[in-house]
Write a protein that binds this ligand. Structure first.
Ligand code: ZN
Ligand code: ZN
Length: 338
């Protein structure tokens, strides 16, 4: 059975692994059919993910088919199509006890802290699987995990249809946040440095898009928000200077949601937060958002297919990653099939 392993930083290989045996209590054998390549997979390859250890089978965005279930499993059956929740939490720590298992003090993420889904088959607890409609292609359903990131971001930012949302970054994560915010009816302003991504954002309902490699970002934000500033800002780029800019431009009582893991500190004066009573909110992974995100996709309220720019076979993974890294103008979400 083949798997995609980052053996050590900088080295990616297709390796041969034992297929899973009979599932034990509570477990299921899943045949993976599609996997999304995420920026964090590429960070793991380059040794830039602070949480990854090696060797590591990557992959935290996956859709597959149930092949076998333990005798006590009733929630899923062989033949069901499923997406896999990559978040593993302890259920006992203070965060888990208040229902915030995505920031569990013993958090593990499949494909990051522990081996992930980039393999032909694997054994998983039934509790991490969510069944989707049989007529939904695996290559579409696999986008569910990125949409959980959008659902979490919008929940953290308390976004409603009354908001004007300024979004930094129109890559795959920016695009799912844009779609989720448009689903709520919010007005969304998008900035990025890649023209093709700005065009896609406009197609997906952004009311305006700005190339931030050019001068005049502040003026554009001001004039697009009646001089008030955005009620919500999302930094899907994760840079210290963007965080500073977000605080500077926010409307009074504004909310700023940050998703990045950049190590660079920002210089933000307390008074700029206090004077306008700003909320600064971190958003990480998702907190039980799979049912919600899957519902958006199944009901056609979002458009995952518009985000998939390329599909490769799993053995072409290096080619796929090379394309993402070197052709940002041509790529959005890249999917591997198994
Ligand atoms: Zn991801
Ligand atoms: Zn916990």
């Amino acid at each position: 059975m083949r798997a995609i392993e980052v053996t050590k930083p900088g080295e990616l290989r297709i390796v041969d692994r034992e297929p899973p045996r009979e599932p034990q209590a509570g477990h299921v054998v899943v045949g993976i059919r599609a996997m999304g390549i995420c920026g964090s997979d590429i960070h793991i390859l380059h040794g830039q993910n602070p949480f990854a250890t090696y060797p590591r089978i990557i992959g935290h965005e996956a859709a597959g088919e149930v092949l076998a279930v333990a005798s006590d499993v009733t929630a899923v059956s062989p033949g069901d199509r499923v997406v896999v929740d990559p978040v593993i939490s302890c259920g006992e720590c203070p965060a888990c006890r208040i229902g915030r298992q995505n920031v569990c003090s013993r958090l593990q993420v499949r494909g990051v802290h522990t081996d992930g889904m980039a393999r032909e088959q694997l054994l998983l607890p039934a509790s991490c699987l969510h069944v989707f409609r049989k007529d939904l292609p695996f290559e579409t359903a696999v986008l569910c995990e990125p949409f959980t990131i959008a659902a979490e971001t919008l929940w953290r930012g308390r976004v409603t249809g009354a908001d004007t949302l300024l979004l930094f970054g129109a890559g795959p994560i920016g695009q799912v946040i844009l779609q989720g915010a448009r689903r709520l009816g919010a007005k969304v302003l998008v900035t990025d440095v890649v023209p093709e991504r700005l065009d896609l954002a406009k197609c997906m309902g952004a009311s305006d898009a700005f190339d931030s490699s050019k001068e005049g970002l502040r003026e554009w934000v001001r004039s697009s928000t009646d001089g008030v500033g955005p009620s919500v800002t999302v930094d899907a780029v994760g840079r210290a200077d963007i965080f500073e800019l977000a605080v500077e431009m926010a409307a009074p009582a504004g909310r700023i949601v940050v998703l990045g893991f950049g190590p660079e500190p920002s210089r933000i004066a307390e008074r700029s937060i206090t004077a306008r009573e700003l909320d600064i909110l971190g958003s990480r992974l998702h907190n039980n958002k799979f049912p919600e995100a899957l519902g958006w996709i199944e009901r056609g309220e979002v458009n995952p297919r518009a985000l998939v720019s390329h599909t490769f076979r799993m053995e072409e993974v290096e080619k796929a990653i090379d394309l993402i890294e070197h052709a940002p103008r041509e790529t959005c979400k890249v999917i591997l099939t198994f």
